[in-house]
Design a protein around this ligand. Structure first.
Ligand code: TA6
Length: 293
């Protein structure tokens, strides 16, 4: 399988497919602009580090499990066709079904010295594609096509885990004028007018599109910018101490070095996709400031 994948889709030393120690198929990117990687399992983007940065942009748990049928803790899990628990079937997996199945490679190419990869999955009644451009920035677009003769309602979240030098010193700018639902209490809060800081378990769905979200990470002397596209929801999460201890695939102290800022369309901004139509969501991630090695 690896031989065929590399024959069809490798790009010299800039993109090649390898067998991860877990046995999962992993695409590895190394260009003058960045290094990165993804798994076919879940079309899971696992690593992204511009050559200008001494720290990865994406967080991956040291306790992550790499196994078909299970989600990988870190990177960019894709939550679809629902977010969180399934509202009508408590036995269904959290965050949907597409992050735990193997996607296929549809296209790879070098474009302006950046590596473009498109992965695909047919997950009835939808056909999905994820296009990722690994360059100085990370550009991700997910396209969802409704292949039925009736409209379909779904949720989507690109559940991005960001690496932080110290979550206690970090702050998130760009959502201060947006109301949010506190997922821990179910209460809706008006805009706070202030940056988000992490002092406890934080799990919020911000309602309404924003042009950009900035994660200020002074401990790494950098800021990370997320520019969402066609997203009406932004989820912000840090599990903090107790929840970290309850997650077997997450280190007890790893909450100190990560946060999630998720580009999404979740309730009440579910997608309603007409028969035969498509919807897309995406973002561009960039970083500035030198992080100390
Ligand atoms: O996006 C935040 C969240 O919904 C949290 O409630 C937490 O459950 C997190 O996702 C991780 O979910 P997972 O199913 O990947 O453990």
């Amino acid at each position: 399988m690896l031989q065929e994948l590399n024959q069809r889709f490798a790009i010299g030393e800039q993109l090649k497919f390898v067998s991860h120690p877990s046995g999962l198929v992993q695409g590895k990117i190394d260009t003058p602009k960045c290094s990165g990687s993804f798994f076919l399992l879940g079309a899971h983007i696992a690593e992204f580090q511009p050559k200008s940065q001494h720290q990865p942009i994406l967080f991956m748990s040291k306790e992550a499990v790499y196994e078909v049928g299970k989600p990988i803790r870190g990177g960019i899990p894709i939550c679809f066709p629902w977010f969180g628990p399934n509202k009508s079937d408590s036995s269904a997996p959290a965050h949907g079904t597409v992050r735990t199945v193997v996607w296929d490679v549809q296209e790879t190419k070098l474009t302006d010295s950046s590596v473009l990869v498109t992965l695909g999955l047919r997950s009835a009644p939808y056909r999905l594609s994820l296009t990722v451009v690994f360059g100085e920035t990370l550009d991700v677009t997910m396209l969802v096509r409704n292949e039925t003769a009736t409209e379909q309602t779904c949720e989507v979240a690109l559940h991005t885990y960001f690496q932080l030098g110290d979550a206690r010193q970090a702050s998130i700018i760009g959502l201060e004028r947006t109301e949010f639902r506190d997922q821990l209490t179910g209460l809706i809060h008006p805009p706070t007018g202030a940056a988000i800081q992490f002092t406890e378990e934080t799990d919020r769905v911000y309602r309404g599109g924003v042009p950009s979200v900035t994660i200020k990470d002074p401990a790494n002397s950098r800021s990370i910018h997320v520019r969402p596209r066609n997203s009406q929801s932004t989820v912000v999460w840090n599990p903090w101490i107790a929840k970290s201890q309850r997650m077997s695939d997450f280190g007890d102290d790893e909450f100190e070095r990560m946060c999630c800022v998720e580009t999404a369309n979740v309730a009440p901004h579910n997608w309603v996709i007409d028969a035969g139509n498509s919807q897309s969501i995406g973002f561009e991630i960039s970083a500035n400031g030198e992080s100390q090695s």
